[in-house]
Design a binder for this molecule. Sequence first.
Ligand code: SF4
Length: 359
Amino acid sequence: MSKWKILTLSAKWDRIRVPIYEASAKGRRISILKTLLTNACPYQCKYCAFRRGRRVERRTWDVNELVNVTLTLWRKGAIKGIFLSSGILKDPETTVEKQIEVAEELRRRGFKGYIHLRLMPGAPKDLIWRAAVIADRIGVNLETVSKDYFSEIAPDKGDFKVDILKRMEWISRAYRIVKQQRERLHRKIGYLSAGIDTQIIVGVIGETDLEHLRVTFKLYRDMELRRVYYSPFESIPETPFETKQPCPIARVLRLYQASYLIRDYEFTLKDIESIVNDSGMLPLDKDPKRIYAERNKDLYPINLNEAEYHELLKIPGVGPTLAKKIIRIRDKKSRIGIEDLRRILRKKTLHEVLNYVEI
Ligand code: SF4
């Protein structure tokens, strides 16, 4: 099913057609106005539809127009929020300043919806702090996983370490501080209430899954990102990468599964390294957690009555919620037995879990 729908706004003589993105959050679909401040970009990223010189219609939102459209859609109940990214308007600083102007004007006019700002590489520190207070989520796109790859695919976007990673570190520091302020002030909107995130393109330059997962590890563990989005590379006509093969969706799916092992299942980098093959790639035919169990047979069976939380998370079929439930039952009854498992697990999951545990 398409994640986009088109809304037509306003009267007969003054129509605007706005594409609305249906984002997923906690299993629900949420309509978000997803747009660029401008697609008239002077940079020449090799993968991008809006790179300078490519024949495409160019548009730039006027700040007030974008604020009015967003407020109209939000008041009608057609959207819950806005995701605002951009091409480069003159320079990164001017662009980020305008993004923040949109967000601040929306709040000033009573907008209580979700605001997600995708900031530009090289964004100045003071603007990052302003964005962190006004928006619910911010981030800078990493695009790829190393300095050399970055210079190759996005030659005008600056230095990977300085203009991207350093900015993500500032964003992460701002997140830790505004989070405390939000809790102290009991704020429900803004103050990075939805955390921080980034996006990385997969399969754009021959990078391996292990390279992706090493960077992802740093982002989740050191910088406390809420989400690393993987975007499968798609070749776009009239770009230098137009003849490159698109990235298979199965690869992105396996990367997401492995990344959740890092974010939610306490897997270490060493654990992840035991899952990839000799070429640094995740096998596509099986869930990474099952592959981990196959390659680390000496860790199984795991004793359900003695295992610590991080060990329970190594059992295929057991996630954080179930691991906590097992520990609660053990605390309450001093032991967990097969009858307890029958009560808390579906038949299929029980069958799988029993392959890896002893009770
Ligand atoms: S800066 Fe963004 S919009 Fe501009 S060419 Fe690069 S990816 Fe495209």
